[in-house]
Design a protein around this ligand. Structure first.
Ligand SMILES: NC(=O)c1ccc[n+]([C@@H]2O[C@H](COP(=O)([O-])OP(=O)(O)OC[C@H]3O[C@@H](n4cnc5c(N)ncnc54)[C@H](OP(=O)(O)O)[C@@H]3O)[C@@H](O)[C@H]2O)c1
Length: 508
């Protein structure tokens, strides 16, 4: 089992898109090799590619006939699935050559997805299909590549669906030609809803509403919800949902990945009730300024009465175990207030203790004015030895969605603190120095000086400095778990998350 990284070659084809989405839905880091023209902004498959991106699939530009691009793509993955069309079957030999050369691929599934070519009657018309598949099988065996051949039999939409009647010649000598053109046949649109049989049946199918989906963290949560097979809804303010809004592209990508947009506002009770009626679970990712407005959401959740889990906007430190300074009161006190209101209302909840967003704290190595790791010098608050927990935002999304229907996380705090991601800033800097091959010039700011700086910094910058003090100087993220805490890594050992070490490689 596990979460192997999967590359789909032919992802934008008919069966390819289903395989690709099933891979993402089942939690695999998923990559699609897409030809540069198909990946371009004017491609007829742009919508499909946008929906791939929205579900967290990485697009790698390349071509089966471009050896370099194949080698580069293979370096990033463990498993390769080919869903190339009939016309490209002979070119699969190029892929087999590259896989053999790469040497580390744990499984290759060539483009089969039909009859067993070695047990099927061959006519002149079908030779093109079956002979090339047998050639690929033989080449794979000869190269000693670990393989699985998928004998999927008939695609229901082709052989059971209505268009069979439009192709009376299906079983005549001309059918191979029709089949080879299948992906391009616009009128033969695959029934994308029906073919969810390829997946895991949508888990329990809990419907998830994300309030704050268009913020920074929100898209990571919605992407994970879609990826893990949940019908997903986003409450979006009417102005944000307008076609001329600065977030229109994001909203289009939500729609393309199947997310239902519900117009509403946390301030508008009617809109909240209408949205809540359609879902089972509510996740709030509203920002600091709206934390207290969540009281309105709590009132609406209490009123509808059927919500099985509410995850308020936490996604950081445990607010009850973090040092409070004047500037952070607005954040931590509001979060505690919301916790208490949820408990008082008897709403089933999970608080997500996601710790530091990697892109905020790790990508900058704790520098508040940088977005990438410094290469010459840096400033370290305190002595740099406090333990910090850094998590990639997409992993926060995955762990959060895993928890929504798990009885073990009911009325608990979910601690996202994988051991390899628990590092002091000094340790993270050392890792980075080893990667870039030289030491950085370090200036340490003593704790007393950090406190003075917080005092002298105007709003709103004093908030981020005070949060940095809690995280980087006081080490507030690293505490002894209590009876109300559950550890995400222990609950979900199958989740393959990005480690601090791997994350830093993104900046090399
Ligand atoms: N651990 C860390 O390192 C870290 C870092 C940053 C944040 N956080 C935490 O993560 C959580 C999310 O923060 P964020 O930075 O992702 O938030 P954000 O980017 O400020 O997003 C705010 C979201 O709330 C929506 N919203 C605002 N007013 C609304 C209203 N009246 N009705 C409905 N929706 C409304 C916004 O919609 P529009 O698009 O319409 O504006 C947007 O989608 C917070 O709890 C924050 O404390 C943690």
């Amino acid at each position: 089992m596990g979460n192997s990284k999967i590359l789909v070659v032919g992802a934008t084809g008919a069966i390819g898109s289903f395989i690709t989405k099933a891979s993402a839905r089942l939690g695999h880091p998923t990559f699609a090799l897409v030809r540069p023209t198909t990946a371009g902004p004017h491609s007829s498959k742009k919508e499909l590619i946008d929906s791939f991106k929205a579900s967290g699939i990485t697009i790698l530009e390349g071509d089966i006939n471009d050896h370099e691009s194949l080698v580069a793509a293979l370096k990033q993955v463990d498993v390769v699935i080919s869903t190339l069309g009939t016309a490209q079957l002979p070119d699969q030999l190029n892929l087999i050559t590259a896989i053999k050369e790469a040497g580390h691929i744990t499984r290759f599934l060539p483009s089969e997805f039909g009859d067993d070519p070695e047990r099927t009657v061959q006519t002149k018309a079908t030779d093109v299909l079956f002979v090339d598949k047998i050639k690929a099988r033989n080449a794979i065996r000869a190269a000693g590549i670990p393989y699985t051949f998928v004998n999927s039999n008939s695609f229901a939409s082709l052989f059971l669906g209505s268009w069979i009647f439009r192709f009376e010649s299906l079983f005549s000598a001309s059918w191979a030609f029709s089949f080879s053109r299948f992906p391009e046949q616009q009128e033969l649109k695959l029934p994308r809803d029906k073919v969810t049989i390829l997946g895991d049946g949508n888990a329990k199918g809990l419907k998830i509403l994300v309030v704050g989906a268009t913020g920074y963290l929100g898209p990571f949560i919605t992407a994970a919800s879609v990826r893990l097979g949940h019908p997903t809804f986003a409450l979006v303010r009417p102005a944000t949902a307008r076609p001329d809004s600065s977030k229109s592209k994001l909203i289009e990508s939500f729609k393309a990945s199947g997310i239902t947009i519900l117009e509403g506002d946390i301030q508008d009770h009617e809109s909240l009730v209408a949205a809540l009626k359609q879902v089972d679970v509510v996740i709030s990712t509203v920002g600091g300024a709206q934390l207290r407005d969540q009281l309105k959401l709590i009132t609406a959740i209490k009123e509808v009465g059927h919500i099985t889990r509410f995850l308020p906007s936490e996604f950081g430190n445990d607010p009850e175990r973090s040092v409070r300074l004047k500037p952070t009161d607005a954040v931590f006190q509001s979060k505690v207030k919301i916790r208490n209101a949820i408990k008082a209302a008897g709403i089933p909840y999970t608080f997500v203790n996601s710790n530091s967003f990697a892109s905020y704290f790790l990508a900058s190595l704790g520098q508040r004015d940088l977005t990438t790791p410094p290469r010459d010098k840096l400033t370290i608050l305190g002595d740099g030895n406090a333990k910090v927990i850094f998590n990639a935002e997409e992993d926060i999304g995955t762990f959060t969605i895993k928890a929504v229907d798990d009885p073990r996380t009911l009325n608990k705090q979910l601690l996202i603190r994988p051991e390899p991601n628990t590092k002091s800033i000094n340790e993270a800097v050392l890792l980075w120095e080893n990667k870039i091959g030289h030491n950085l010039e370090k200036t340490y700011v003593p704790e007393s000086e950090v406190l003075k700086q917080i005092e002298g910094t105007p709003f709103p910058n004093n908030i981020s400095l005070a949060i940095s003090y809690s995280v980087l100087v006081k080490g507030d993220q690293y505490f002894e778990p209590g009876p109300d805490d559950v550890d995400a890594s222990e609950l979900y050992p199958d989740v393959k998350y990005t480690t601090v070490d791997e994350y830093l490689n993104r900046y090399l």
